[in-house]
Design a protein around this ligand. Sequence first.
Ligand SMILES: Nc1nc2c(ncn2[C@@H]2O[C@H](COP(=O)(O)OP(=O)(O)OP(=O)(O)O)[C@@H](O)[C@H]2O)c(=O)[nH]1
Ligand SMILES: [Mg+2]
Length: 248
Amino acid sequence: MRTYTVALAGNPNTGKSTLFNALTGLKQHTGNWSGKTVSLASGNYEYKDTRFRFIDLPGTYSLFSNSADEEVARDYIIFEKPDVTLLVLDSTALERSLNLALQVLEMTDRVIVCLNLMDEAKKKGIKIDARKLTDQLGVPVIPISARNNDGLDTLSEQLLLMCTGQTRTTPYRMKYNEQLESQISRLESELRDIFGDEYPSRWLAIRFLDGDQKLIATLKHRLSVSDKGGMTHGAAQALGSSNSGHSC
Ligand SMILES: Nc1nc2c(ncn2[C@@H]2O[C@H](COP(=O)(O)OP(=O)(O)OP(=O)(O)O)[C@@H](O)[C@H]2O)c(=O)[nH]1
Ligand SMILES: [Mg+2]
């Protein structure tokens, strides 16, 4: 049986572990306070002769290098390359959740968005147009209530479609001002010289321009381990710069 890997990402307290438990039948700790999931629990779920291996990532508000949790979640998505990243959003606080969603959409095009806590949203009179959000984000958006097992069949079906390559996505990518966009595209092509298509080059370029030193150190380390040679002068400068990464 083929096994696909599905990473659960989202803000703290959005119900990732509740969804993980509902699908895998395991008992990952859940509760109404943040920061519970610190290590990576994994569990299997079978649907229509397909096995999904779920990874319960720590809850974070962003995926930069602000904390160990952010690095763990980010590194998993970038370096482990799950077949799908399942973004679990809180339907009652969508605006807050969308910040992380936009970051994940820069990192991978294999994303499914779950609008969790729909039961709470309904109680509060919050209406969300999932179809419109699907159009705007460019990836499937599925309303669910993990605690009540609502919407999980639709979600399973979508997981199967995406893992088997039957869903095409066009993830929304932020557009920056002209000056920044030209720096991004220059750096992007330098980074592609080093890494090819190994990592999402636009996302990498943006992280470099933001001066994400921990990410740069991780990449340098991985590069030295894999011993890839032949990098261009600009790329070497980009990786070697110790401040902002503004090498171009
Ligand atoms: N009403 C309602 N509550 C939910 C739902 N899903 C999760 N919860 C509750 O939300 C709280 C947080 O759920 P968790 O599953 O622990 O959230 P998490 O995203 O794993 O949290 P971290 O590990 O801190 O990132 C718990 O009290 C859950 O019972 C849902 O669909 N509806
Ligand atoms: Mg959790």
